[in-house]
Design a protein around this ligand. Structure first.
Ligand code: G16
Length: 541
């Protein structure tokens, strides 16, 4: 097998979710190859093993898959399972790794980041449990990438990715498979499809925006073919290399059409969207958007209504910046609630050890132990199952939830593409000021504690420090500052704001108004506006 000499690239350190860079960086000669060889060198069990490969269909997906297949053959992989046309959603890849006992999977995606030649590309490695590689593996890959001297790649023609069937590259078997069927079967086994189908047949209306990303074929099969939603219920269903020029991030800005539909007088009963690789979700009802942290809490409280969870859940976990709404539910259910750093990889050990059944994040991610990734369509089906069982509207279910458990007003302000040195300095300055903040008052909010979050994994005993700066108030309110680990330009400062309200007369406030004191306190503490010259956040979710 040919060995090609190369030299290391700077910055091949996987972030919150794999290696994510601009396409123009990924397509440099030897760039992808160096990273993939570092991966094969760091995960020796792939040699002789089964590897799952697929991506979200973005620009460079096909070319990257052809390179990875030839490198897999040269590195002794026994067999690759590849999604037809190179497509696999992130949760579907996780499902396949687990179902077929693969040693791992490579998922090509930059998630919700834009695609096309001027957009972003990414590569994630998931291990044999189906979940994102833990830090010890990503650190090893990075360390290897810094000393790499070359890579192995087979001489072979491109594989026909559009044709389901079996082929070979040298000694390595390649099977092109239906990207949808196994995953759709898994979801069907978890939920009461009969009840959801009956609800839809009785006039319940829904719309799903696939944003020209990977979920189109999955949503069409599940929602239209298996559940009987009318053709056309799934919008923007064809995956496109540039996502149709859109930004496959299911939020108020980029899924504007969906939000407008759901807040119009002709709104269907249910609306949802997913992201580039199908792991995120947003769910809406007529005139109501459910915040991801609230969705996690409501799902936790109602999961027993779905067949797979009818005997109850073992526990719930959320990332640290996610609102604590799910903790309140866990307490009422008498199950443990865990707080992990941002990044789905931190849920893996808790899921594998059976300590949690459900987990989620403020960044539009919800999932369960059925796979080891967050799963957009799982959340959609969980909500549909809950709606079918309860026979109420989304707004009614949310309102009853707030009345029972109280409301965690919540939002996130993002300052994007700020100078990386400045962002690091802002974080260092807040960190240094934490001890002095304790006892300080911001209007009626008094700081009771402030720290830099370190996670101690209760399963393997590992520690992860520097995972966000937390400022806790006596009232139960909270501000968190963190730098994003998924951006590709400069740095993104995320400010997470949360206020708990149990007073039943104060459950219907406007979120911005409810959080005014905290928003002002955050700027006093970090001065990002003054220091970056930005007058407002680039994104509020
Ligand atoms: C990824 C991770 C999530 C994380 C999110 C935001 O999601 O899988 O765990 O919450 O990024 O991370 P950050 O705040 O560091 O930008 P995705 O959907 O982009 O893969």
């Amino acid at each position: 097998m040919p060995h090609i000499a190369s030299t290391p690239f700077d910055g091949q350190k996987p972030g919150t979710s794999g290696l994510r860079k601009q396409v123009k960086i990924f397509t440099q000669t030897h760039y992808l190859e160096n990273f993939v060889q570092s991966l094969f060198d760091s995960v020796p069990e792939l040699s002789g093993g089964l590897l799952v490969i697929g991506g979200d269909g973005r620009f460079y997906n096909d070319s990257a898959i052809q390179i990875i297949l030839r490198m897999a053959a040269a590195n002794g992989v026994a067999k690759c399972l590849v999604g037809q046309n190179g497509l696999l959603s992130t949760p579907a890849a996780s499902c396949l790794i687990r179902k077929y006992g693969a040693q791992g999977g490579l998922i090509l995606s930059a998630s919700h980041n834009p695609g096309g030649p001027d957009g972003d590309f990414g590569i994630k490695f998931n291990g044999a449990n189906g979940g994102p590689a833990p830090e010890r593996v990503t650190n090893a890959i990075y360390a290897r990438s810094q000393i790499i001297t070359g890579y192995d790649i087979a001489n072979a023609a491109n594989i026909e990715l559009g044709q389901i069937g079996h082929t070979q590259i040298g000694d390595m078997a390649v099977q092109i498979i239906d990207p949808v069927r196994d995953y759709a079967d898994l979801l069907e086994s978890l939920f009461d499809f009969g009840k959801i189908r009956a609800m839809i047949a009785n006039g319940f209306t829904l719309t799903f925006d696939a944003m020209h990303a990977v979920t189109g074929p999955y949503a069409k099969e599940i929602l239209q073919s298996r559940l009987g939603a009318p053709i056309g219920s799934v919008k923007n269903a064809t995956p496109l290399p540039d996502f149709g020029g859109g930004h496959p991030d299911p939020n108020r800005v980029y899924a504007k059409e969906l939000f407008e539909t759901m807040f119009s007088k002709d709104a269907p009963d249910f609306g949802a969207a997913s992201d580039g690789d199908g792991d995120r979700n947003i769910v809406l009802g007529k005139g109501v958007a459910i915040a991801p942290s609230d969705s996690l809490a409501i799902i936790t409280a109602n999961a027993h209504l779905a067949p797979a969870y009818q005997d109850g859940i073992s526990g719930v976990a959320r990332s640290m910046p996610t609102s604590r709404a799910a903790d309140v539910v866990a307490k009422a259910l008498g199950v443990p609630a865990f707080e992990t750093p941002t990044g789905w990889k931190f849920f893996g050990n808790l899921l594998d050890s059976g300590q949690i059944t459900i987990c989620g994040e403020e960044s539009a991610g919800t999932g369960s132990s059925h796979v080891r990734e967050k799963d957009g369509l799982w959340a959609v089906l969980m909500w549909l199952n809950i709606l079918a069982q309860r026979g109420q509207s989304m707004a009614e279910i949310q309102a009853q939830h707030f009345t029972k458990y109280g409301r965690h007003y919540y939002c996130r302000h993002d300052y994007e593409a700020i100078d990386s040195t400045l962002a690091a300095q802002i974080m260092a300055d807040i960190d240094a000021a934490l001890p002095r903040l304790i006892g300080r008052a911001f209007d009626d909010e008094i700081v009771s504690a402030a720290d830099n979050f370190t996670y101690h994994d209760p399963v393997d005993g590992s520690s992860s420090d520097n995972q966000g700066l937390r400022i806790l108030f006596k009232s139960g309110s909270r501000i968190v500052f963190r730098l994003s680990g998924t951006g590709t330009v400069g740095a993104t400062l995320r400010i997470y704001l949360e206020r708990y309200e149990a007073d039943k007369t104060l459950l219907g406030l406007n979120t911005d108004k409810a959080l005014t004191t905290l928003i002002e306190a955050a700027e006093i503490i970090c001065q990002v506006k003054a220091r970056s010259g930005k007058s407002k956040p680039d994104m509020i979710t």
